[in-house]
Design a protein around this ligand. Structure first.
Ligand SMILES: [Zn+2]
Length: 532
């Protein structure tokens, strides 16, 4: 009976689409692949066929005609990587090919992390729609940005009326297609937000099936409290919750990943959907004032900060706080550990560290003198910097944790500008080269899962992240013996190596060393947009 139905169905299909006869042509066949399907399952050898923007078939041999056949010669064929934590707005409109990401197999970027995003979100998403790109992109809404809209940069609790207004903005953001509400409780103004207020906003996100991702309030001495807070936001707000770029900053805090991961394990054991993302480097990067100037001195915005720096008494207080942070947190005890990534007002400072800059100004390279340099840099207009302040042991412990996925925290650099953190160019290739091939801490399949099916499931992307017929054809092809990150802290502007082809929505965007002319990238929308 079932067979009869099927043959009737096939006959009907043939009658309606005579051109799609038994040997319907494929647009592309990747032949002789090692399929790493994204689920974590062991690789298997097969051909993969693409029709339109979709994976049409995966089979031991596909011999049907295709417009193009590429023999990948036993390379790994994996789902294109999905990066849930990026600052892609920095650069994507200048470099819509996002070469730094595509050349390491990334096919989808998420913006709006760390509590920061455009508010409202829709004009930003519309602008992305109007910008032909190589790569898919979606966005979170940022809690800090929402709060700035309503409460400004003041250090105070929001009134009940302000909370209602913020909830309205959040609801609109979810309907516009945000994937959730990110927090950056480390930054101004997120740091002025009490836990209860974050929870009230997440309660609005919950029915739209959004996700909370957090740059936590503290990644140093108070990291355990911050992990508990991130978990509480998930529990009380009714949302999946994620620790972003999990790290332990400052020598005094090295080793605490044992305890932070235990907190995550315990939360998961009692039914809390808490996860982690991480990048494979022991240095972080952010603006120098966010990392090193205490939040009380940032209240009210940069004009207020500059006024405080002009007042001798508060300048002394600020500098003493900076020196403390250089000793115990982002400086890890030595001003040489803080390296300028870019100062827009003086590009020649890129690559120089705080000790060198102190010496250039005729001072000994002590933390106190480096604090004076930080105050001066802030007065000149501020800089982004790279902070070498984490331990490899913590990084390894986090990266292998089953609830940890890979995300870059990177951006789309202008090639050659400044000395940005190499994570923008190397994150995914580095995991495959260093943590899979060299150190054997992860299997290839597990690493790919952390870059594809896992992040896809996290934000509810049901048609990407796994290689299976019917899924969108976002695909990365690489040689597992040759894949490597080439970007270093000293020479960051170097593309990853070992990738031969990258497909986005069925079209080849990168092939044998060059970006193609295809711009198939789509804007991806969260479940609130399609369901309501
Ligand atoms: Zn962050």
């Amino acid at each position: 009976m079932r067979t009869l139905f099927r043959s009737l169905f096939v006959a009907a299909a043939l009658a309606i689409h005579p051109a799609h006869a038994a040997d319907a042509p494929y647009d592309l066949v990747l032949r002789n692949a090692r399929i790493v399907d994204g689920t974590g399952a062991p690789w298997y050898r097969a051909d993969l066929a693409v029709r339109g923007d979709t994976i049409a078939a995966i089979a031991p041999t596909i011999s049907s005609p295709a417009k193009r056949v590429v023999d990948v010669n036993d390379a790994v064929v994996a789902p294109g990587f999905i990066d849930l934590h990026t600052h892609a707005a920095r650069g994507i409109f200048h470099v819509p090919t996002a070469d730094n990401y595509v050349r390491q197999g990334v096919t989808t970027l998420l913006e709006g992390p760390d509590g920061g995003s455009p508010v409202p979100l829709k004009p930003f998403l519309d602008k992305l729609e109007a910008t032909p790109r190589s790569i898919n992109i979606g966005s979170f809404l940022g809690q800090g940005s929402v709060r700035q809209r309503v409460v400004g940069l003041a250090n105070r609790t929001a009134t009940p009326e302000e909370i209602v207004r913020m909830q309205g903005i959040v609801e609109q953001g979810m309907r516009d297609g945000a994937f959730g509400l990110s927090t950056g409780l480390f930054y101004v103004p997120g740091t002025f937000t009490p836990l209860s207020e974050v929870i009230e906003l997440q309660k609005v996100v919950s029915p739209y099936r959004g996700v909370h991702t957090s740059h936590m309030r503290n990644e140093a001495a108070r990291v355990l409290e911050s992990v508990r807070e991130t978990i509480a936001i998930g529990v009380e707000g009714g949302v999946p919750t994620q620790i972003s770029h999990h790290k332990l900053v400052g020598k005094m805090n090295w080793g605490k990943s044992v305890e932070t991961l235990k907190l995550v394990d315990e939360a998961r054991a009692r039914g809390v959907d808490a996860t982690i993302d991480v990048y494979p480097y022991t240095a972080s990067s952010t603006s120098i004032h966010a990392a090193l100037i205490p939040s009380w001195a940032l209240e009210g915005g940069s004009r207020e900060t500059l006024k405080r720096l002009q007042d001798p008494a508060s300048r002394a207080k600020i500098k003493s706080a900076i020196a403390g942070l250089l000793r115990n947190e982002r400086g890890a005890g030595d001003p040489r550990n803080v390296v300028i990534a870019l100062c827009n007002w003086d590009p020649t400072l890129a690559g120089r560290n705080l000790a060198e800059l102190a010496q250039a100004r005729g001072m000994e390279p002590t933390p106190e003198n480096a604090a004076e340099v930080v105050a001066w840099l802030t007065e000149q207009g501020g800089c982004r910097a790279v902070f070498h302040s984490m331990a490899e042991d913590d990084l390894q412990r986090i990266i292998v944790h089953p609830a940890a996925m890979i995300a870059s925290d990177g951006e789309v650099p202008l090639f050659g500008e400044g000395a940005p953190h190499p994570r923008s160019y190397g994150t995914f290739a580095r995991v495959l080269a260093v943590y899979v091939r060299e150190r054997r801490l992860l299997t290839l399949e597990e690493a790919v899962r952390k870059m594809s099916a896992f992040p896809a499931a996290r934000i509810g992307l049901t048609d990407r992240g796994v290689l299976r017929p019917g899924m969108k054809a976002d695909i990365a092809v690489f040689d597992p013996a040759r894949v490597r990150d080439a970007a270093t802290f000293e020479k960051p502007h170097q593309y990853a190596e070992g990738f031969s082809h990258v497909l986005v929505n069925g079209q080849i965007v990168y092939e044998n060393g060059a970006m193609t002319a295809a711009r198939p990238g789509r804007v991806l929308y969260g479940p609130g947009k399609t369901r309501y």
